[in-house]
Design a protein around this ligand. Sequence first.
Ligand SMILES: NC(=O)C1=CN([C@@H]2O[C@H](COP(=O)(O)OP(=O)(O)OC[C@H]3O[C@@H](n4cnc5c(N)ncnc54)[C@H](OP(=O)(O)O)[C@@H]3O)[C@@H](O)[C@H]2O)C=CC1
Ligand SMILES: O=C(CO)COP(=O)(O)O
Length: 331
Amino acid sequence: MQTAIFGGGSWGTTLANLLARKNGSARLWVREKELASLIRTKGCNPWYLPELELSPNLFVSDDLAQVTENAEYFLFVVPSQFYGGVLKTVREHLPKKPVIISGSKGITLDTLQTMSEVTEDTLIGLKPVFAMLSGPSFAKEVSKGMPTAVTLGCKDKTAARAIQDLLSTDTFRVYTNKDVRGVELGGAFKNIIAIASGISDGLGFGTNARAALITRGLAEMSRLGVAMGAQAQTFMGLSGMGDLVLTCTGDLSRNRQVGLKLAEGHKLLDILGQMKMVAEGVKTTESVHALGSKHKVELPITEQVYQVLYEGKDPLTAVHELMHRELKSEQ
Ligand SMILES: NC(=O)C1=CN([C@@H]2O[C@H](COP(=O)(O)OP(=O)(O)OC[C@H]3O[C@@H](n4cnc5c(N)ncnc54)[C@H](OP(=O)(O)O)[C@@H]3O)[C@@H](O)[C@H]2O)C=CC1
Ligand SMILES: O=C(CO)COP(=O)(O)O
């Protein structure tokens, strides 16, 4: 069972290493020749995850033909805005019925699509089986072998079971869920609320405020998700509530870090300019803001995060406006 992994960031490297250790081999495609070469010579990924010693069973290259040779599973772990572009380049190396797994959590800015929709559009003419891997999983913790549980969204029962077996280890437990739309929307949406939670904590508000954001964020995520065809129950699981709690409370979250810095008064462009890693929530806020209008779903927290990120609104004013909305029933 050969797996090709695309994306040499922290999550791609972690998953590739997990697969190489578990299955005896895996192949990682890295966009930059320099990084591929550094990983091979140093035995670690010095740019994104230097502390993880990589398995000698992991093959690393910037050559798509070598990485895809004889592969049965194709795991994409690039930032979501680049997912379609990378998939398009890989297409010529894919079999007729490829198994595509996405570890990318986001919604495209230009087309407002989830990763399953991008896959469908990009692979017209092939018959891909799509699976979305999501849930509370900081790469740093997974790479250290700390216990983690995640969800695999996949409509095809047989493929879901096979991928579950492929990825599960003693410390990485994979559940399956048929609701692909719910799994991918939860993973994308939680990043917006993580930014909000970072803002709130950075302003010095307490755990009451954070708990309110998580809970009302969950309501917001579920409302939009159901309007887009997801099942409400999915948002109560690992890919919804689970990842929401993780990224709103865990300081390893890059999205939460963006919120903390915004609260300190830093400008968005300066914050992003100093980050090598991706904070998906920044672009997803814009995509979800547009999806809210499209589906006529009220998204008050997203609206405030959008205004802070893109209209220069003062974070304190955003909190004030959230607290002064018309009083209403919880349901
Ligand atoms: N890190 C984590 O804990 C987790 C991350 N995820 C998700 O995984 C996805 C990847 O994130 P992560 O591994 O953290 O990434 P990182 O932030 O660690 O690294 C950034 C990645 O983006 C790549 N990149 C930058 N520009 C481009 C481009 N133009 N085309 C293709 N790739 C590009 C970089 O490649 P290069 O070095 O060549 O520029 C690098 O691989 C995201 O959707 C994220 O939400 C999901 C679960 C956990
Ligand atoms: O999705 C993640 C963990 O599940 C990673 O979150 P950040 O991208 O905010 O670091």
